[in-house]
Design a protein around this ligand. Structure first.
Ligand SMILES: [Zn+2]
Length: 299
């Protein structure tokens, strides 16, 4: 950086060419962090949703049964020796968080009374780890509901790992379960279409996206195999409260398909048991409170 600053623009070009750094320029001098030697999972804070009694009971549990009714909204960064993956992208877009910090409204469709926006943007949390959104190799969402993809547009330059059924749902005419302003810029992003049940993101079995439809048409979960922490499933919205699982409650009537959700739960429970995988229910407030948060990580 110091060297480049003392050079004229012509000098920069010449120096960059000599060094084989044609793409480098002073404003892009901060490179992404070197890939880690082993897989890492970072837990980022992407917001909080307040849930009233009716909102809790929708999941066939009561506030008394669950204790804490609020939903956390985590985002996850997976750093692999061969690249990075962002999994689930928040409930309020960064530009609206920034607008609100300036006393402005931001995207008028981006918040509701139930949503307590996170104070820090996803971009700033990535920057703390040394990444810019454009450094991220892949992004994927468990599903396209508005509390999982608010920052999709940030990753338009990355490769989208997309399930065709969810993609169709996202641009379906009259779909009120999504907010297209959250993801309109990824429509033309480079995309890998996940047309099989399982997709091995980095080719070594350590990061696998697995189909688990029902909550939405193309709902999916992410299975990680970490060297120290072992096998962890980021389960999207397969469940919202741990008690739905322990008390064996039926999926909510508001699922895209209750029947598919029930079948996915049976399939996933069998998978967790067979593969000795721990489940992380993403909105689980109490479980999330105990997790290490970025810049700490699981490996
Ligand atoms: Zn959700």
């Amino acid at each position: 950086m110091g060297l480049f600053r003392r050079l004229t623009p012509l000098g920069v070009s010449a120096a960059a060419l000599c060094l084989g750094l044609v793409a480098a320029s002073p404003q892009h001098a901060s490179a992404a962090p070197a890939p880690p030697k082993t897989l890492r999972l970072y837990v980022l804070d992407c917001g909080l949703i307040n849930v009233n009694r009716a909102g809790t009971e929708r999941y066939n549990v009561t506030p008394e049964e669950v204790g804490e009714t609020r939903f956390v909204v985590p985002c996850f960064l997976i750093a692999h020796p061969r690249g990075t993956l962002m999994w689930d992208l928040g409930v309020v877009p960064d530009d609206t968080i920034e607008a609100r910090a300036r006393g402005e409204q931001g995207n008028p469709t981006a918040t509701s009374e139930a949503v307590t926006p996170v104070k820090r943007t996803l971009t700033s949390q990535l920057a703390e780890l040394g990444y810019k959104p454009a450094d991220i190799t892949y992004f994927a969402i468990s599903h396209a509901h508005t509390d999982h993809d608010a920052n999709a547009n940030l990753f338009a330059a990355s490769t989208w790992l997309a399930r065709p059924a969810e993609r169709a749902f996202m641009w379906e005419e009259g779909n009120t379960r999504v907010n297209r302003t959250f993801f309109d810029r990824i429509e033309k992003s480079k995309t890998i279409s996940l047309d099989r049940d399982e997709y091995d993101v980095f080719g070594d079995g350590s990061v696998v996206i697995k189909s688990a439809p029902g909550h939405s048409p193309g709902h999916q979960v992410l299975v990680l195999n970490l060297a120290v922490s072992g096998r962890i499933m980021l389960a999207g919205d397969l469940y919202h409260y741990a008690q739905e699982r322990t008390l064996h409650r039926q999926p909510p009537a508001t699922e895209f398909s209750v029947e598919q959700s029930a079948a996915s739960r049976v399939m996933i429970e069998e998978y967790l048991e067979r593969t000795k995988t721990a489940i992380w229910i993403e909105h689980d407030f109490a479980a999330n409170a105990k997790l290490k948060k970025a810049p700490a990580y699981y490996e």
